[in-house]
Design a protein around this ligand. Structure first.
Ligand code: HGY
Ligand code: MN
Ligand code: MN
Ligand code: MN
Length: 405
């Protein structure tokens, strides 16, 4: 499998060594860490090179403006952060392609009749503070400033503390009506994270929908104790209960066709090798074509968790950490853009995106670029140079179709 570092667009090559995760492979780039700081510096330098003026908004997002910020702006962009050990394309492909497409218009002498911006949304993956699409949800008013300020990372530091350490004043977090009110159309280009374009043998597609998706914390409480001095019959071991739950999830999900339920992280407290855990956190990611189905699935998983806990003399609690409802993109917008592209496949997205957040507030569309591996959120994620170029061509055509100049 091609190394995800073997990148294609020049911009991807420029950032290819930022945030490499030597232990996991791939990239780990998280809000306000060193990699994020380097990527932000790269973005400002790259945007300035094109002649764009970069601003950071009150929620930590970056906006590179072609012309003065103003109403009915044509906005494109994505995110630069990653999941732990993620691929090179999820997020950065959209930012790099947006800069390339705008640069072509600038160099091509286009005189836009509306403001244009390239945006980088903060913490789309929610990898550091556990809340997906943090930056875009704050702008859209889908996350309260109070909740955001209190979010903590794995070391227990709050968003407010980390931001202050990064020299960012997030005292005015929250819904940004001025930023939202400026957006006439938001178009996000993204590497496809499934196999839709492989099956359709097409380099580029348009998003028709995004699955509703959320994150829940299942905490199993037992009795911490000594691994050697405690007989097996004398234990209330939450790790055994948690393991039974995780093993039972596929069977529960099978009753909800098309649903997806994933446990990507299990954390024992205190986490000693010679210690029976006192509690275990199981992080659940659940999604389905219909939001009610997702909620029914999570409720069923919660019931199984209680049973698994009781079997071990433990207790279980279920807490919703974040939720993003399913999205159907505006067909009027997508049809117009499809026309500008000469007709491209329409795809459902199992992956969430900032565009899925903004779609609730402003006209929004998404372009996908083929990923020949069909794998994402892993180092194997890939996009061929020719398909990346086709993505920039498509984005440029879409932008041109929206600019009178
Ligand atoms: O989790 C998602 O679907 C997205 O990649 N953040
Ligand atoms: Mn992702
Ligand atoms: Mn993404
Ligand atoms: Mn001891």
């Amino acid at each position: 499998m091609a190394d995800s570092g073997a990148t294609s667009l020049a911009g991807l090559a420029e950032i290819a060594d930022i945030g490499r995760d030597r232990k996991r492979g791939g990239y780990s780039r998280h809000l306000f860490d060193d990699a994020d700081r380097e990527l932000r510096e790269w973005f400002v330098e790259r945007a300035t090179r094109i002649g764009l003026g970069v601003e950071r908004d009150r929620n930590g997002n970056l906006w590179a403006w072609w012309g003065a910020p103003g109403p009915n702006a044509l906005v494109t962009g994505s995110h630069l952060d990653s999941v732990p050990g993620g691929g090179a394309f999820d997020g950065p492909l959209g930012v790099v392609s947006a800069l390339d497409a705008v640069e072509r218009l600038v160099r091509g002498g286009v005189r836009p009749d509306r403001p244009v911006a390239v945006v980088v949304f903060a913490e789309e993956e929610g990898s550091r503070f556990g809340f997906a699409c943090l930056g875009s949800k704050l702008v859209a008013g889908q996350l309260s400033p109070e909740r955001a300020r209190g979010l903590t990372d794995a070391s227990g530091r709050t968003l407010a503390e980390v931001a202050a350490g990064a020299g960012l004043d997030l005292a005015h977090l929250g819904r940004d009506d001025e930023a939202l009110g400026r957006i006439g159309l938001f178009v996000e280009l993204h590497v496809e994270q499934g196999r839709g374009l492989i099956h359709r043998d097409a380099p580029v597609g348009l998003a028709a929908s995004i699955l509703g998706h959320g994150r829940w914390r299942l905490t199993f409480h037992g009795q911490g104790n000594h691994a050697g001095a405690t007989l097996m019959s004398d234990r209330r071991d939450p790790m055994v209960a948690a393991s039974a739950l995780v093993a039972g999830i596929p069977g529960v999900a099978a009753a909800y066709p098309g649903s997806r339920a994933t446990v990507g992280r299990v954390t024992a407290t205190p986490g000693g090798v010679n210690v029976i855990a006192s509690s275990v956190d199981v992080m659940l990611d659940a999604r389905a074509e219909c939001d009610d189905t997702t909620r029914a699935l999570v409720a069923a998983i919660g019931e199984l968790a209680e049973q698994c806990a009781a079997d071990q003399g433990c207790t279980a609690e279920l807490v919703e950490e974040s939720w993003t409802g399913g999205v159907r993109f505006d067909t009027g917008v997508s049809t117009a853009l499809s026309g500008a592209l000469g007709g491209v496949p329409a795809l459902a997205s199992g992956a969430g995106h900032d565009a899925g957040v903004l779609a609730a507030s402003v006209p929004t569309a998404m372009l996908f670029v083929r990923n020949p591996t069909g794998i994402s959120h892993a180092p194997e994620e890939f996009a061929e140079a020719a398909d990346c170029a086709a993505g920039v061509d498509a984005l440029e055509a879409v932008l041109r179709s929206q600019l009178g100049g």
